[in-house]
Design a protein around this ligand. Structure first.
Ligand code: IVH
Length: 685
């Protein structure tokens, strides 16, 4: 009854019962363990229905490892998160064929110059803005491993997440495997559909980062790999004669090929125009059009440079900026009670789509831009999607004033001021707020929506939340836990069955990890990264009595974030008390020190004393972070070896890091000793 007891009666077993479920792992022989592990691998990876908790699975694997370390089952996908190559998630994987980049062009003349090398058919497809990925299948057609592009030569093992992407087949159809024979690799772009991004867009900058993060995550974050999708664009190992045939085979394999548009040199620009005009309707971000020569023999003749194939090119969208006239500024209420300004402009074509609204983020921006109705505004679509106001060319008349009353509840507004030090100067940000957010219906609805999304409580759409609030059935997130089926049954078009289901959905979230609970509170700037950091150091009670100084020293937080978190926790104090009556906060597991660098992008520079560079990078990946080689806007930690931090002539990497740190990207510079002390001593405990 050992495993059976853990499973309990509520776990339906859709497949055959797990072998040896009633015996403890240490009573099983190696052969029995191998059989059980293979069963659970299939349950987890193929059928997507794990039958035992991870810890129990790990015990089976550890027991087999101690009895027979060379047992072949230990090399199979799933065993201790290892792939076919015996790689642990995050380990480096050498690509069989380098994953190259693409040459780029920005106009028809350049495109035609490229296309003149070849006379035949071209295949165009939208350039999807996601993360490149390679997926490998063995000669029986079984999924064996997946990797990121990395530096093109070496990527990272991400099989554990890619196996969860719904349009990545776990097993290729037997007929195809028999027909083509041999192992095969599929390459494609993993992306987060915009409809899925919408739900978390307040928490993350863009869908590409969410997709890349979810692929590398060791555990499920706010976005699960099951939300991701893959557009397949290449096939290696099964040699087709044309790209068009590749598309057909990829589809037969069970993949979604990147949308393919056959064209010729003469119609290439037309296809670009069409994709450019339609891209706003796609459920993914796209930043250009990829053209490939259809004939693979011609591709082979042309070959590749070290950087990109000569037989393909990316024609990038441009014109992501332009200007237009300001018609008015609309003020809309966010769930935090913040009232944010949006510029409504005369429609203008930006990167192929008509734009008539652009965010102004906060009151300070309206004041800095000295907006007047009728002004000409400079607009951009950063990343090709969300329009921003970059500058004001003037020309308008009536000055834009902020509303004295909340656009949702009509109560008074007030201005909040926060200060952050940037480049030695105080940067003041002014934001507009509703004075009584706890009674403002739209804010409440936004908060409830956020709470249910972060905690994955299904079924509470906008319509239901609206009715719950207007009928006084719920006043805040804590009220969700007191709902009964008969409360819900009163709502329009909500039958008894659904009412019971909704109550069950809420009840299933009575126990919540602290980090998630913190994100669910909807405090501005208390996102996933900050929440994990705080939850790894303090309990909820401790957090509520911390001061700004306790938080502002933490990596990646800074003064402004710390202030907002302290103010947010205080403002939500009554809600936290009410929620505490219904929700059990799960203490962080001691063993999850592996996540201390979650979300961090770490770059090492200078000569390290306690470890070599490669080991240090491995360590970062093992602790949940990403090891970067150059300092970029994405970098969050720069660890400096030797006396680099105090050197009279700092290296260019250090100079760049200091500049970024000052500009407020959240980057921190640390000496090797401080890095050891802050992260490694913690993970050793
Ligand atoms: S074909 C040499 N088709 O863009 C690789 N790539 O910037 C041939 N990408 O590494 C790739 N959408 O990851 C191709 N429809 C598409 C694509 C696409 C996005 C990515 C790909 C490549 C990167 C280059």
């Amino acid at each position: 009854m050992w495993l059976a007891a853990l499973l309990g009666p509520c776990h339906p077993l859709p497949m055959a019962t797990a072998p040896y479920a009633s015996r403890a792992p240490d009573t099983l022989t190696a052969a029995e363990l191998a059989e059980a592990i293979q069963f659970h691998n299939a349950a987890y990876w193929r059928h997507n229905t794990p039958q035992i908790p991870d810890q129990v699975y790990d015990q089976l694997v550890e027991r087999l490892r101690s009895l027979d370390p060379a047992h072949p089952v230990l090399d199979e996908l799933g065993a201790g998160d290892t792939t076919d190559d015996g790689l642990t998630a995050g380990d480096k994987v050498v690509h069989a064929v380098p994953m190259l980049s693409l040459g780029k062009c920005y106009g028809e003349a350049e495109l035609l110059h490229w296309a003149r090398q070849y006379d035949g058919k071209l295949i165009a497809s939208p350039k999807v803005d996601g993360a490149a990925c390679s997926v490998r299948y063995d000669d029986s057609g079984a999924f064996v491993a997946a990797a990121t592009r990395g530096d093109g030569v070496r990527g990272e093992s991400i099989g554990h997440q890619v196996a969860l992407i719904p349009n990545v087949p776990a097993q290729l159809p037997k007929a195809l495997v028999d027909k083509w024979g041999g192992a095969v690799e599929v390459r494609g772009e993993v992306y987060l559909p915009l409809t899925a991004f919408d739900v978390v867009s307040e928490l993350y900058a863009n869908p590409r980062n969410v997709a890349a993060g979810a692929l590398k995550a060791k555990e499920q974050g706010a976005v699960a790999a099951t939300e991701l999708r893959l557009f397949a664009y290449d096939l290696l190992g099964w040699e087709t004669a044309t790209e068009a045939e590749k598309v057909t085979v990829l589809r037969e394999m069970g993949f979604d090929p990147a949308p393919a548009h056959p064209c010729t040199r003469d119609s290439a620009q037309h296809v670009y125009d069409k994709i450019s005009a339609e891209r706003g309707d796609y459920d993914y971000e796209t930043d250009g059009v990829v053209y490939k020569m259809d004939d693979i023999a011609a591709q082979k003749r042309l070959g590749s440079t070290a950087h990109h194939p000569r037989w393909a090119i990316a024609y990038k969208f441009q014109g992501d900026s332009g200007d237009s006239e300001l018609i008015e500024v609309q003020w809309s209420l966010a769930r935090t009670g913040t009232i944010t300004p949006v510029a409504i402009v005369k429609p203008v074509l930006l990167s192929g789509a008509m734009v008539s609204r652009a965010t102004l983020h906060n009151l300070s921006n309206v004041e800095r831009l000295a907006l007047h109705v009728g002004d000409r505004l400079q607009l951009t679509r950063r990343g090709g999607v969300i329009p921003h106001v970059e500058g004001n060319l003037g020309g308008g008349k009536d000055e834009v004033a902020y509303p004295p009353f909340c656009p949702s509840c009509g109560k008074a507004t007030e201005v909040h001021t926060s200060t952050r030090r940037v480049s030695g100067e105080d940067l003041v940000t002014r934001t507009l707020h509703c004075t009584v957010p706890a009674e403002c219906p739209q804010t409440l609805r936004g908060q409830l929506f956020h709470y249910t999304r972060v905690l994955d409580i299904d079924g509470f759409g906008d319509k239901i939340l609206k009715q719950l609030l207007s009928r006084g059935l719920v006043r805040d997130a804590a009220g969700l836990y007191a709902l009964t089926p008969s409360d819900l049954n009163q709502l329009e078009r909500l039958g008894p069955k659904l009412a019971v289901k909704l109550v069950d959905n809420v009840a299933a979230r009575r126990s919540v990890p602290l980090a998630r609970f913190l994100v669910a509170l909807g405090i501005e700037t208390l996102g996933k990264h900050a929440a994990k950091l705080l939850a790894s150091k303090w309990t909820l009670a401790e957090l509520r009595s911390r001061e700004v100084a306790d938080f502002s020293e933490l990596p990646g937080l800074g003064q402004l974030t710390a202030e907002q978190i302290v103010a947010g926790l205080a403002a939500q104090s009554a809600l936290i008390d009410r929620l505490s009556m219904h929700v059990t906060i799960e203490a962080p597991q001691q063993t999850v020190t592996s996540g201390v660098l979650d979300g961090q992008v770490v770059v090492f520079t200078g000569k390290l004393e306690t470890m070599n560079r490669r080991d240090a990078q491995h360590l970062v990946v093992g602790l949940g972070g990403t090891a970067g080689s150059s300092v970029t806007k994405e970098t969050t930690l720069v660890v400096v070896g030797g006396d680099g931090l105090t050197a009279a002539k700092p290296s260019s990497k250090i100079k760049k890091a200091r500049k970024l740190a000052e500009s407020g990207t959240g980057l921190m510079l640390l000496s090797e000793a401080d890095f050891q002390q802050q992260y490694l001593s913690e993970s050793a405990s």
